[in-house]
Design a protein around this ligand. Structure first.
Ligand code: NAD
Length: 420
């Protein structure tokens, strides 16, 4: 299989990342095999009554990748391109993300093949409730905790929480995170991924001697992660956001702009394009703008072997999951671009999800300030551990993050043993 084809299958990319780190760790071949496969994979085909009275059968998955460290944890994705291999890859990444962030969870992921943009709210509710029922045999606060991902949100989580609770006969808030506040959500969860990303970029800036005050920033994607990151790095770190984009295209202004004003503009017009005082660029061009910090916060596989030589940023902070291909990683490492890998850079989201679950189990809720402080502590420590590994082993930050994460999971196996 050619290199470029290899990059297309996310599960093969995920397995390759494990092999790379496993080689550096001199892992026993048997243990490497254990880490390359999911523990449990559930496929469900289930009927849903559509609004016009017809019955449609949907296919969904829940992949429980690894629970050596703690209960399974991971989001649910609704998308027409969901596949078992994609869910496996995302579940594998969740395992390493939780381990590198120092959270006592394993990794899982789920998905339903559907086009949520073409479904009514009541169809989405019936599909969500039936999917939750189908996978209810393997999920629960002590087993596997769900969360939102692409095209699922706090409403989806509320329906899942209610479905599981109705079947149990009492409220079970701890089965999902990312819930609305009134049914046990956590303050700060909405912006947690972006806030964590800002802390990671701040730590990276210290390492490369970059003052974030006045540093220039480009953000690809202006959704939950991208917009909140642009806002926080502008408002709290004093950086100059000079480029942003959404699915329709991007904008650039050397003078910089206030992301909050761009957000209001996008709410009115449906896109960031055309924001006064900026010029238009494509989503490919935005990655190559002359900036200090580049934050890909939209899709997988956007930084490739082809455009990596033209990236001008000193720091790449991966808000999105999997935006850089393994081939591009090698190019950026040789060019001294500091890439903060996804499993570390966007780990703030699952960290505050963990905080939400802890608050649910203890039935005691924290202030926003407490959440932010604990998140900062977790991000700074995780960054430090990865940086030290990168320094010690002379590998890029992604390999360092995998080495840190895989070492922890292997250590868990050493204590627990291979059953029986
Ligand atoms: P979102 O749906 O809120 O936003 C996605 C943004 O990307 C939108 O602005 C959309 O217009 C834009 N986009 C879509 N196609 C694009 C394209 N071709 N080029 C440029 N922009 C495009 O999603 P989100 O929650 O912000 O997630 C973004 C990424 O971050 C995903 O990879 C997701 O897995 C990852 N992530 C999210 C969280 C979280 O807490 N939300 C946590 C960890 C990782």
């Amino acid at each position: 299989m050619s290199k470029s084809k290899e990059s297309l299958n996310p599960f093969e990319v995920a397995q390759k990342q494990i092999e790379r780190a496993g080689t550096k760790l001199n892992l026993d071949p048997g243990m490497l095999e254990v880490l390359k496969y999911a523990r449990r994979e559930l496929t469900v085909h289930f009927p849903v009554k559509m609004d016009d009275g017809r019955v449609r059968v949907f296919t969904g998955y829940r992949v429980q990748y690894n629970d050596a460290i703690g209960p399974f944890k991971g989001g649910i994705r609704y998308h027409w391109k969901v596949s078992l291999d994609e869910v496996r890859a995302l579940a594998s990444w969740m395992t390493w993300k939780c381990a590198v962030m120092g959270i006592p969870y394993g990794g899982a992921k789920g998905g339903v093949i559907c086009n949520p943009k073409e479904m009514s709210r009541s169809e989405l509710e019936r599909m969500t409730r039936r999917y939750a029922s189908e996978i209810s045999i393997i999920i629960g606060p002590e087993k596997d905790i769900l969360a939102p991902d692409v095209y699922t949100d706090s409403q989806t989580m509320a329906w899942i929480m209610d479905t599981i609770s109705m079947n149990k006969g009492f409220a079970v808030p701890g089965v999902v995170t990312g819930k609305p506040l009134v049914i046990g959500g956590s303050l700060g969860r909405d912006e947690a991924t972006s806030r964590g990303l800002m802390y990671a970029v701040r730590e990276a800036a210290k390492k490369v001697g970059l003052d974030l005050k006045g540093a220039t920033v480009a953000v690809q994607g202006f959704g939950n992660v991208g917009y909140n990151f642009a806002r926080l790095i502008h408002d709290e770190a004093g950086a100059k956001v000079v480029a942003a984009s959404d699915s329709k295209g991007g904008i650039v202004s050397e003078k910089g702009f206030d992301p909050k004003e761009v957000f209001v503009f996008k709410e009115k017009t449906g896109t960031v394009m055309g924001f006064p005082g900026t010029r238009k660029v494509t989503n490919e061009e935005i990655l190559e703008v002359e900036v200090d910090v580049l934050a890909p916060c939209a899709l997988e596989g956007v930084i490739t072997e082809a455009n990596a030589p033209r990236i001008k940023a000193k720091i790449v902070g991966e808000g999105a999951n999997g935006p850089t291909t393994p081939e591009a990683d090698d190019v950026l490492f040789k060019r001294d671009v500091l890439v903060i890998p996804d499993i570390l850079a966007n780990g703030g989201g699952v960290t505050v999800s963990y905080f939400e679950w802890v608050q649910n189990l203890s039935e005691f809720f924290w202030t926003k300030q407490e959440v932010d402080q604990k998140l900062e502590h977790q991000m700074v420590n995780a960054f430090k551990a990865v940086w030290e590994m990168h320094d010690a082993k002379k590998v890029d930050m992604r390999q360092a993050a995998y080495i840190v994460a895989i070492s922890k999971v292997v250590d868990a196996y050493k204590w627990r043993g291979i059953y029986p």
